[in-house]
Design a protein around this ligand. Structure first.
Ligand SMILES: Nc1ncnc2c1ncn2[C@@H]1O[C@H](COP(=O)(O)OP(=O)(O)OP(=O)(O)O)[C@@H](O)[C@H]1O
Ligand SMILES: [Mg+2]
Length: 277
């Protein structure tokens, strides 16, 4: 049984335009999944089906094999936590600390456990010093961190993050990557993220889904997906900078191994340069 499965999922906000067109998406256990696609491809619309914020126009959404119903929606939202693309859709309490505490308190946890989770979440995203601030007076990236902390504190089995790196500074992105990478092994969690930062995708995803105009048009590992330049271009995307650089060198006749992450490319270049006379 899959943690999340959509079957022939179609959704239209209004009129006849399909924001999602027959999407068959699957999320397994302990996976790191990235969904990539140009603006308007349907990523956020898909994510909003994962915990019942949107209901399919047709098709099905199954969570642990079960459709989302009024009876199980609380359980589903405990199981699947979503960090929205726009933090203003998520943040509403008078202080950062109260905002991050809202989710876990709503799960019915005792005060001490809630406090512990809030402290831990604030530490993970590096905003302990903002705990007493008014969320609406924070910077864009600070708000983003608050919204991520709010979901971390709920400890869902599936953590869905819509554009979590948008607006974060380089250190924030780097910390988030490290954190995401600990989740499957350490906590058995599955992480699903969307991002326009394609260069970080090989660092954070075992599985990449490509969307274009409401449909899934490709799927695979970084090695499988980022060699398909035509597919990426037709989905209005680009091969990330590192594999693009290596491929360009290869085309010029340089005998060098392909790499997708910084570490892989550094090793390939170092091996090549040290190997040269
Ligand atoms: N509330 C809404 N009402 C009407 N149409 C909407 C609404 N939200 C999104 N859409 C439309 O649905 C389609 C998919 O939008 P969606 O937000 O899912 O794209 P996305 O892949 O998340 O894009 P981005 O990369 O810009 O976040 C787009 O054509 C968009 O204009
Ligand atoms: Mg979006």
């Amino acid at each position: 049984m899959h943690l999340i499965e959509t079957r022939n999922l179609c959704y239209s906000y209004r009129s006849t335009d399909l924001a999602l067109n027959n999407v068959n998406f699957i999320a397994g256990r302990k996976k790191r999944i990235a969904v990539i696609g140009a603006n308007g491809a349907g990523k956020s619309t898909l994510f909003k089906h994962f915990n019942g914020i949107l209901k399919p126009t047709s098709g099905e959404v199954l969570i642990r094999g079960e459709p989302i119903t009024r009876q199980n929606i609380r359980e589903v939202r405990k199981f699947v936590g979503i960090v929205f693309q726009n933090p203003d859709d998520q943040i509403f309490s008078p202080t950062v600390e109260q905002d991050v505490a809202f989710g876990p308190a709503n799960l019915g946890l005792d005060g001490k456990t809630v406090q512990h989770r809030v402290d831990e979440a604030l530490r993970i995203v590096g905003i302990e010093d903002l705990r007493s601030r008014v969320p609406h007076h924070l910077s864009g990236g600070e708000k983003k961190r608050v919204s991520i902390a709010g979901i971390i504190a709920m400890e869902p089995q599936v953590m869905v993050m819509d554009e979590p790196t948008a607006g974060l500074d380089p250190q924030g992105v780097s910390n988030l990557i490290d954190f995401i990478n600990t989740l499957p092994e350490k906590y058995g969690m599955t992480v699903i993220i969307s991002t326009h930062h394609l260069e970080i995708v090989p660092e954070i995803a075992d599985e990449i889904w490509i969307m274009n105009r409401g449909s899934v048009v490709g799927k695979g590992t970084a090695q499988e997906v980022f060699v398909q330049e035509d597919l990426l271009n037709s989905a209005r995307l680009q091969v990330p900078v590192l594999p693009r650089l290596i491929r360009s060198l290869q085309r010029q006749g340089v005998d060098i191994r392909m790499g997708y992450t910084y570490d892989e490319v550094e090793a390939a270049l170092s091996e090549k340069l040290k190997g040269s006379p």
